[in-house]
Write a protein that binds this ligand. Sequence first.
Ligand code: NAD
Length: 499
Amino acid sequence: MEEIGHWINGRRVAGTSGRFADVFNPATGEVQARVALASVEEMTQAIAAAAAAQPGWAATNPQRRARVMMAFGALINANMDRLAEAVSREHGKTLPDARGDVQRGLEVVEVCMGAPAMLKGEFMDSAGPGIDLYAMRQPLGVVAGITPFNFPAMIPLWKMSPALAAGNAVILKPSERTPSTALILAELLKEAGLPDGVLQVVNGDKLAVDTILDDETVQAVGFVGSTPIAQYIYGRAATNGKRAQCFGGAKNHMLIMPDADLDKAADALIGAGFGAAGERCMAVSVAVPVGEETADRLIEKLVPKIERLKVGPYTGGDDVDYGPLITGAAMTRVRGLIDSGVAQGADLVVDGRDFRLQGYENGFFLGPSLFDRVTPDMDIYKEEIFGPVLTTVRAGSYDDALDLVMKNDYGNGTAIFTADGDTARDFASRVNVGMVGINFPIPVPLSYFSFGGWKKSAFGDLNQYGPDAFRFYTRTKTVTARWFSGIKEGAALNFKALD
Ligand code: NAD
């Protein structure tokens, strides 16, 4: 059986802890590899080696660091199919979706090719007589990225690219369920010219993460994953004096106004609700049609589209719409949530629980499910389902629908489908959610903006990628410099204004 190790000091190394986690083929349910789980010693050594490599990298001029990003981007393009295959093999998502996973990470690398422009700092000449003030943006040192299973290429690229371009060394701890893609990315970065030790990919579980959180060398932690873990990591990192930004789970609502183009809204809900088997933090999991008639017409349009969805393995051809869930435990959990929705009185219009695929009976597949008449007190509304389940909460009015979104614990993404610019503008302005789509179901901002939710979808400061990432991965040092010219002798003991 394949054994997946770590990437330390510019090469693949085997784990030495003797601890492993199974990596499944989600389509067959078989264990296809095992990944080493780092010990405290392995992680501590990886951090120490990164600390030794970082000053040289920070001293490399920003343009040269940006050229490594340019070469890296070219290599990602050249290896697109290999990377997508690695994503699909462990995650189970379709190949076109896996290419999207790589592409949305590559776009962040592209922005990092222009990193010097983001690192320039500020300057004020003659702030006082002979006095200049300038603020430098300096790298933090060693920073860590801890990433989830659902975007094995994109999120590691979001985490490491700006951090590296800003002159930091990075410890990347990918999800133990999808560990291979990050190792390929590390190989490509070496080929692109990144010095050894500047990026360490250390596989592991809670022990590896806790070691990062308690290690004094690590200056900042960027986390993406579920809300309870995000909150835990934020708390422990902050207590230990680290900078932390921790992005969590979601419950994304899409409002469908009576004047919306319902065909387009239904197509958007199918893609955003069931793509990647619903395992996206920006998946739309709650449809909120406004008015009974809108709701009836929407459900009527959704049902045949859902029944036509083709579920299968990523090797199953171009017409497969989505694949299996990540683990058997995830599948059982989602099935249990569907059961709870039925028990708590929601109307299960399409039932995907009994889906079976010939030849893949042990795979972690679930058919698509659609609930109508869901209410906010039900578990299927309160919990992030993270599966191929679309729930519908009927709202009596726009204000009721807005109120529903506003009262939800999560605030990652939301969308409104309407033909009325005034309503759309009002929604975008008032809603307490970090990313808003107008007639656009998955409003993941492009890489020169930045990504981040509100409420329980994010803990800490600043967003991921874009200009915010360069603020997060640098700290400001402000210098007040005076070169004497015509200054009278004698000490000044008062706290002086610069005049
Ligand atoms: P997860 O929280 O289980 O794991 C994320 C990372 O944390 C992994 O690297 C894992 O090894 C580590 N981890 C898990 N348990 C830990 C513990 N007890 N202590 C320390 N570290 C621990 O998340 P997941 O299941 O891999 O990913 C799915 C979740 O991620 C969903 O909730 C989804 O909404 C969220 N997500 C959020 C965003 C975003 O940007 N907001 C993006 C993608 C995914």
